[in-house]
Ligand binder design. Structure first.
Ligand code: ADP
Ligand code: MG
Length: 563
């Protein structure tokens, strides 16, 4: 029995579908990229599962994706012989959105079509994009390993609900039939399809086939259709750099990162010798909406000898580089490698340290060659990168070089000053990097702590992110120059102070001894010490933090967490 049932989409899916169908899409054709991308993922998954269960290959016909158009019926069919879907999987995967934070993301939608279409563009709509061009979508699928009688037919008009029914499906894999909307018949045109595949899917590692076109008499058509491969069908990272175009790199990024926007930069390397692997790493162009979600996807796509092994292999990069996307293809790891095996071992450690270095080099190059793009990167990911010095002792200096700060040099409060810029502007006799932390730029920019620095023309970094004090507790020096928190202890300006200055200060201090004693008695336990300060020019008094005490931010963070 076919056991037909009707189900409602998850609320988030309904919202998304509604938006897509009614307000978008300036770029309708991307639906093909999404469906082909899914078909390629499905083949990757089959190859992987077949490593331990070769019977899943069911005789081993080569994996491919076929695209078939029927202009008369106005349908477009995308057929793969990948892993397929069981009935339960079809219900789960084609009725809900699994991404973390989706509900919150959708809450941000304003109802304003223009703004919302922008937001949606950041989301990556995947399978549901079929409904941009189709008013009915039929999915016929059977999961590898299940009997022919356990196929599934999923069908929907992209409104509130979908139907599922158990069917017979002898061939393994998924066939998606789009019933194109009126006006979208252009997608049945062979030439158009060919150019879309070239544009979006040339990098896909398995053949994408179109039916050979036969012009002329109907009678000339062969009885069984003939297929021809229209893409290159080589995994992109296996090709040599010199023959890959920027466009191809970008499309490949969109496929693996599930991000519809262009990446900012990439680095593609083949390593030979003791260890052999290829890596292709990308810096995204913008932060995903779920960057700060605990369970947001992170890590690289891992292949072993060209066979897909897993998504989100987190062991190849440190956490502070979790925004990096990419692929690593190893010749040394065993095909049966598991997450447990990946936890440690010399091969993983050595790959991790090399990939970390490659990522940092990529960012360094971006900062050097495209400072404006780097500024954009910093806005998106700077906070994450600031975790680096604490997590990665070996690369502390390298990461520090990538950091950007607000400073007294720039009234805008933008985080745009690199430590190297700061050092380049140091005044004669200065051998320290001065900084001040606080809650906001507004609050620190007029701090009395800055008075003496302003007078002497010394730049001070202004740090107002929550993470900054914690960062500075791991960052002690850069380029041989130590950091000094100007709100701490007895500020010693060292060589920046002349002998006369110092003498004069001592004189003043002596004459004020009586005042200091009175203040100490008056303030009692509330302060640790009262001192005559020479760091002020306009203000009469200032509160300083002890050399060894916790900073204010850190105190607040600890108090907030109940410690
Ligand atoms: P994503 O690809 O980012 O996971 P999609 O919306 O594109 O999101 O697809 C949702 C899910 O539907 C996939 O994760 C997969 O489980 C399933 N799916 C889609 N297309 C196919 C297919 N051709 N074969 C097998 N499973 C598929
Ligand atoms: Mg997808």
């Amino acid at each position: 029995q076919s056991h037909k049932e009707t189900r409602g989409f998850q609320t988030e899916v309904k919202q998304l579908l509604h938006l897509m169908i009614h307000s978008l899409y300036s770029n309708k054709e991307i639906f093909l990229r999404e469906l082909v991308s899914n078909a390629a993922d499905a083949s990757d998954k089959l190859r992987f599962e077949a490593l331990t269960q070769p019977e899943l290959l069911e005789g081993g016909a080569p994996l491919r994706i076929r695209i078939e158009a029927d202009p008369a019926a106005r349908t477009l069919t995308i057929d793969d012989n990948g892993i397929g879907l069981s009935r339960d999987e079809a219900i789960a995967h084609l009725g809900t959105i699994a991404k973390s934070g989706t509900a919150e993301f959708l809450k941000n939608l304003s109802g304003d079509q223009k703004k919302d279409s922008n937001l949606i563009g950041q989301f990556g709509v995947g399978f549901y994009s079929a409904f941009i061009v189709a008013d009915q979508v039929d999915v016929y699928s059977r999961r590898a390993g299940l009997p022919a009688s356990e196929g599934v037919h999923w069908s929907s008009h992209g409104e509130g609900e979908f139907e599922v029914e158990t069917i017979d499906k002898p061939e393994r894999g998924t066939r998606i039939v789009l019933h194109l909307k009126e006006g979208e018949e252009g997608y049945t045109d062979g030439w158009q399809l060919r150019s879309l595949i070239k544009k979006y899917s040339d990098h896909i590692g398995l053949p994408i086939e179109l039916q050979k076109e036969h012009h002329g008499e109907e009678a000339d058509k062969p009885a069984t259709p003939e297929w021809e491969t229209v893409n290159r069908a080589n995994a992109l990272w296996t090709r040599s750099k010199s023959e890959i175009t920027d466009e191809e790199y970008k499309e490949f990024y969109k496929h693996i990162a599930h991000d519809p926007a262009d990446p900012l930069a990439w680095t593609h390397n083949k390593v030979e010798g003791k260890l052999e692997y290829t890596s292709l790493l990308y810096t995204p162009g913008r932060a995903p909406f779920d960057l700060y979600h605990r369970d947001a996807p992170k890590g690289l796509k891992l292949y072993v000898q060209r066979v897909f092994i897993m998504d989100q292999a987190e062991q190849f990069l440190p956490l502070y580089l979790r925004f990096i996307k990419g692929v690593v293809d190893s010749n040394d790891l065993p095909l049966n490698v598991s997450r447990e095996i990946l936890q440690s071992g010399p091969v993983i450690d050595s790959m991790k340290s090399a990939l970390t270095k490659r990522s940092l080099d990529m960012l360094e190059k971006l900062a050097k060659d495209q400072p404006e793009a780097y500024a954009g990167f910093w806005k998106n990911f700077g906070q994450v990168l600031k975790e680096g010095p604490a997590e990665d002792f070996n690369n502390r200096e390298k990461v520090a070089g990538l950091l950007r700060f607000a400073s007294t040099h720039d009234a805008s409060g933008e985080q745009s000053v690199a430590l190297a810029d700061y050092i380049g502007r140091m005044i004669e006799g200065q051998d320290k990097i001065y900084y001040l932390t606080g809650e906001s730029f507004q609050q620190v920019k007029d701090s009395p702590h800055l008075e003496v620095f302003r007078k002497k023309g010394i730049e001070v970094l202004l740090m107002t992110d929550r993470i900054d004090e914690w960062l500075m507790s791991y960052l002690h020096e850069f380029d041989g120059k130590s950091f000094v928190d100007i709100a701490r202890g007895d500020l010693d300006l060292g060589k920046l102070e002349s002998e006369e200055d110092k003498k004069a200060q001592e004189e003043v201090a002596k004459t004020k001894e009586a005042l200091v004693t009175r203040l100490k008695t008056a303030l009692g336990e509330d302060v640790a010490e009262v001192r005559v300060s020479h760091r002020l020019t306009d203000s009469p008094a200032i509160l300083a933090i002890g050399e060894q005490d916790l900073g204010l931010q850190m105190r607040q963070i600890l108090e907030a967490s109940g410690q």
